[in-house]
Write a protein that binds this ligand. Structure first.
Ligand code: ATP
Length: 236
């Protein structure tokens, strides 16, 4: 579904990503895990052509080249950026309807009603303007808006960031359901969520992939993972 080769991202003198290669197979959920500044967000932005980069990106067998992010979304490469970027003055329902416009001619897997089933707490908020939602509710709308756009690959940047423990659980459970229908590339700092949801992980530090493997393989090497992340994963 996604084949990234030798990706590098530089911001003037700052090197954010160095010679990174990764794949996401059809129906796979892959996580990029790593500490602050590891280059995870820059990797997603480069895949979506939101930042200049070297290297190649193929999506569904076709080189992405310099295709703009909004056009990529119409081909099914849908990116939910950190910070969600909802239309603050539009209601929950209107934001979800906007997502449908990015669908193109692809058959939708999720309707707007399916999103209310995936996140039942949004049902009562359908007429609420998004600026007044909690961070967790906004994240649910952002994921819902991306899902109604019929992604073939859903790229999510830190969906659990800043959420209450309860909402982290809600989002993790939703991701477990979403990955049964849609390929996912997930950026996470929450190691538990990444290990729980992803089939396979890449662990990044200082712009490079330092470890990769299935969630089981990564969990089995938790000592090494702790060293890269600077935290005790086994105990978290
Ligand atoms: N627009 C930018 N201009 C300059 N430097 C940047 C820019 N965006 C990111 N960087 C730098 O590039 C490096 C990688 O940042 P990036 O946001 O990709 O990491 P990350 O792993 O996503 O971190 P976090 O989890 O904190 O978001 C960092 O050193 C960061 O300061």
């Amino acid at each position: 579904m996604l084949d990234v080769k030798n990706l590098s991202v530089n911001y003037d003198a700052i090197t954010a990503v160095v010679d990174l290669s990764l794949t996401v197979g059809d129906g796979e959920c892959v996580a990029l895990l790593g500490p602050n500044g590891a280059g995870k967000t820059s990797t997603l932005k480069a895949i979506s052509n939101l930042v200049a980069h070297d290297g190649t990106v193929e999506f569904a067998g076709t080189p992405v080249g310099r295709t703009a992010a909004d056009r990529l979304a119409r081909t099914g490469l849908v990116h939910v950026p950190e910070g969600r970027r909802l239309f603050a003055e539009l209601t929950v329902h209107e934001n979800l309807q906007v997502g449908c416009t990015a669908r193109g001619k692809r058959t939708p897997t999720y309707s707007v009603d399916d999103i209310y089933q995936l996140f039942p707490q949004l049902q009562a908020l359908r007429g609420t303007r998004c600026w007044s939602l909690s961070g967790g509710e906004q994240q649910m709308v952002a994921i819902g808006r991306a899902l109604v756009a019929a992604p073939r690959l859903l790229m999510l940047d830190e969906p659990s960031l800043g959420l209450s423990p309860r909402n982290v659980g809600v989002v993790a459970e939703a991701l477990t359901r979403i990955k049964t229908t849609t390929s996912v590339l997930l950026v996470e700092q929450n190691t538990r969520v990444a290990l729980e949801v992803a089939d396979r992980l890449y662990v990044m530090a200082e712009g490079r992939v330092r470890m990769q493997g299935t969630s089981q393989e990564i969990e089995d090497r938790s000592g090494l993972l702790d060293a890269y992340l600077g935290q005790r994963v086994a105990a978290s």
